[in-house]
Ligand binder design. Sequence first.
Ligand SMILES: Cc1cc2nc3c(=O)[nH]c(=O)nc-3n(C[C@H](O)[C@H](O)[C@H](O)COP(=O)(O)OP(=O)(O)OC[C@H]3O[C@@H](n4cnc5c(N)ncnc54)[C@H](O)[C@@H]3O)c2cc1C
Length: 302
Amino acid sequence: MPWNDELKTHFQDRCLLGEPLARHTTFQVGGGAESLVFPVTEEDWTWLLDFVRRHELPLTILGLGSNVIVNDSGLPGITASTRRMNGFAVSASHIEAQAGAVLDAVIARAVETGLAGMEKLSGIPGTVGGALWINAGAFGQETYERLVCFTALDRQGRLVRRSRAETRYGYRTVHGIDGLVFLSAQWDLAPGDPALLREARAATLQARADKQPLEYPSAGSVFKRPQGDFASRLIDSCGLKGLTVGRAQVSPKHAGFIVNLGGATARDVMALIAQVRAAVLAQTGVRLELEQIPLGFSQEAS
Ligand SMILES: Cc1cc2nc3c(=O)[nH]c(=O)nc-3n(C[C@H](O)[C@H](O)[C@H](O)COP(=O)(O)OP(=O)(O)OC[C@H]3O[C@@H](n4cnc5c(N)ncnc54)[C@H](O)[C@@H]3O)c2cc1C
């Protein structure tokens, strides 16, 4: 049986062939997935990992697609979205969430329950899995700060459970996770006053709306913060706000963002990134490192 027939037989209506990934990413750029599947259970994942090994197919995992740039030529092999494994529970001091749970929904519930420690992550538009991948953070709080542990599968389908103490992580970096498929995460939070937490959450959401070009599709900050500085400050100081390639633009509102003005291609975005990097390097000597993850490009792209 050809591999895509076998995939369809397993996932049925949870398997789409040739689906445009611009519909599944916040940047709204990029080509189609040769196949896009929506695993729900751990068994789906063990089946899928065995399947890609047997057929030697590339596998790309997608959460809400809010930190990726998908190539215009699309993604070969299998793309697996976690968005249908989105359950979570919040108890007296504890959060347990599946990897596809929307991080902001988890935080909203934690705030309502009076749990402190993640409220500053409000408004990050990704999943728990995407946050675990990069140690997402904002306003001084980070994903791993109060993490108890995560569970994942390795590419052989073996279950991995790793505590925070066993994980090496830093600013937008997590080591030793290549090839892992995150399944779930647990956090222990501190008790807090729900009214104050609600205020902190509202202030965080307001600060985002004030500073960030949320009215346009984007994938958030393009670059990591360089040591002792801000990418947005450097880009602004080089006079690059408003620089445009095709339909991609360095946001005039926040120089750390590239926005899709409507109809941008991944080629526009990558060309603009290259121009910004070259100008910042030439004018300031700082080599900006990508925070966003190019998918389906050759190694040199990142
Ligand atoms: C307007 C805007 C504001 C943002 N603000 C912030 C911010 O303040 N702080 C911040 O840190 N980020 C921010 N981001 C970036 C982004 O939201 C985060 O990086 C988020 O954690 C990505 O989650 P995701 O589910 O969208 O991941 P995706 O973009 O879908 O994937 C990102 C990476 O994670 C991997 N991945 C996702 N799920 C899994 C899984 N279950 N197992 C293994 N790998 C997985 C993917 O393969 C990919 O490599 C912002 C983005 C936007 C658009």
